[in-house]
Design a protein around this ligand. Structure first.
Ligand code: HEM
Length: 481
């Protein structure tokens, strides 16, 4: 039965809204207590609710209508058909309680004509030709990072991936060296994640410890990003990269961005552009370590297609298995597991009433595990992407980068980066889980390993001849481990 029929056929006198949980409680205090519990393990809650209520459910927070949506038709309605009506709501745009506290009015947090103008100004930095030019830098940084790895060492893979993707985004988009800022950015990201997903009943101006940390995080981000901006302003150079675009690009009316607008876009891209890709790789290592058969196929592909050479952009088309490993990791553990839209006016989506102010949470994580769309939905099976049936997959059943006009602007950048980093590292190292250490996902703004990702790195004894290391010394290292 389609949605309109589901809504039309409800018994007379029944609520026009679909059923949903009422565990949130009615008063502010109950609501607060509920969300404290909820944020400890959101994935279990939403998985259970989908099992109970189906892929669209409704709940109230105070007087506000909310939906959770894991249905591709409804998502298509929100992202595409009614994209002008479903906008970024206060969780993004509020400078008191939303993501805008950190990102200001950047691409992720703005709406309407302003957003459109900014997107047009920034888009050239993400055109294919420009993105492709970043490939060698990505591999260079990875090889450099691997110089610090040694056979048998236990590392926090999360820290390694964050450091790598952060320095890559700083170099490619801002032509800057961010290596000394890694710790500050890491702390800032942790605060941003927490600040947007912490229940509070205190007025926003009361300086709770988290709010003080938010203020410090913002100062740290400003310092880093303004140093990029000021350095470039001093040199006055147009290097043709994103930063030059932010500072020099003019819109159709000949207007340039102010320093504050450039800061907001730069912080947005700096944050959105590294943590998501790092987590995609984190989950890929975690999944590979649990699926030796997939890992073996990946290694076989890398060894035969690259024959020990460092990967280059042109190699990516010879690495189809590497690509589906990333695709499948993004399905099971989508770094952006949920996004939201708010109705700017009274409307309906697939028959569901959405009064003005309704917030719809698009549950990408549940969508990607929806049993109507995926066989063995909870299993890591990269091969599913090679089966003929995949052609029949609903166009809105797989959305790791969102969809419609607000689809991720860094989509191709991220896919290329994830593939190149996976190829470069897996060519040389195998990452293994540590016995007795359980990796638990945390789902805040992104989906990340809650307590980091400690893994043992083992040098692969293959014919993979790599940056200055001979096959012999490779084998010795491996044997020594
Ligand atoms: C695997 C890595 C990534 C994932 C999973 C991811 C996911 C997403 C998703 C789901 C959205 C849509 C949000 C919404 O509809 O509300 C989005 C938007 C966005 N992403 Fe990404 N992203 C990734 C990498 C990147 C990179 C590398 C950059 C930049 C260098 C980037 C910059 C952005 C920006 C600026 C937006 C907002 C676009 C707009 O609203 O116009 N992302 N991303």
């Amino acid at each position: 039965m389609n949605h309109a029929a589901r809504v039309e056929n409800r018994p007379s006198g029944a609520s026009p809204f679909p059923p949903g949980p009422n565990e949130m409680g009615e008063g502010a205090w109950q609501n607060y207590l509920f969300y404290r519990r909820f944020f400890k393990d959101p994935l279990s809650y939403v998985t259970r609710w989908m099992e109970t209520y189906g892929d669209v459910w409704h709940f109230m927070i105070g007087d506000n209508h909310n939906y959770a949506v894991a249905n591709p038709d409804v998502i298509h309605e929100l992202f595409v058909r009614q994209s002008k009506r479903f906008i970024k709501g206060p969780a993004y745009t509020s400078k008191k309680t939303g993501l805008a506290r950190f990102m200001g009015e950047g691409l992720v947090t703005s709406n309407g004509e302003f957003w459109k103008r900014q997107r047009r100004l920034v888009a050239p930095a993400f055109h294919a030709i420009r993105v492709h030019a970043y490939a060698d830098t990505m591999v260079d940084y990875t090889l450099k990072r691997l110089e610090g790895w040694s056979d048998g060492a236990v590392l926090d893979a999360d820290e390694e991936m964050m450091q790598l993707t952060l320095t890559i985004v700083a170099r490619t988009l801002f032509d800057a060296d961010a290596s000394s800022t890694v710790n500050q950015v890491k702390q800032a990201v942790a605060v941003v994640q927490k600040a947007n997903n912490t229940a509070s009943i205190l007025p926003y101006w009361i300086p709770t410890p988290l709010r003080l940390r938010s203020w410090l995080a913002n100062n740290a981000l400003n310092k880093i990003v303004y140093s990029f901006i000021n350095d470039r302003r001093k040199s006055g150079e147009d290097r043709g990269d994103l930063l030059s675009m932010l500072l020099l690009a003019e819109d159709a009316d000949g207007e340039r961005m102010t320093d504050l607008q450039a800061r907001d876009e730069a912080v947005t891209l700096f944050l959105a552009g590294h943590e998501t890709t790092a987590n995609t790789l984190n989950w890929t290592w975690w999944l590979l370590a649990q699926h030796p058969e997939v890992e073996a196929k990946l290694h076989a592909e890398l060894d035969s297609a690259l024959a020990g050479r460092r990967p280059k952009l042109e190699d990516l088309r010879r690495l189809p298995y590497t690509d589906i490993v990333i695709k499948e990791a993004l399905r099971l553990m989508p770094a952006v597991w949920s996004v939201s839209r708010t109705a700017a006016e009274d409307t309906k989506a697939c028959g569901y009433p959405m009064p003005e102010g309704t917030t719809a949470q698009v549950m990408i994580y549940l969508l990607h595990r929806h049993p109507e769309h995926w066989k063995q939905p909870n299993d890591f099976l990269p091969e599913r992407w090679l089966e003929p049936e995949i052609e029949n997959l609903h166009k809105y059943a797989y959305l790791p980068f969102g969809g419609g006009p607000r689809v991720c602007i860094g989509n191709s950048f991220a896919i290329m980066e994830a593939n190149l980093l996976l190829a470069t590292i897996a060519q040389r190292y195998q990452l293994r889980l540590i016995d007795g250490v359980e990796i638990k996902p945390a789902a805040l703004i992104t989906l990340f390993p809650r307590d980091g990702l400690p893994m043992r790195v083992e040098r692969r004894s293959t014919r993979a001849e790599t940056a200055g290391t001979s096959v012999d010394s490779d084998s010795k290292l491996y044997a020594a481990g």
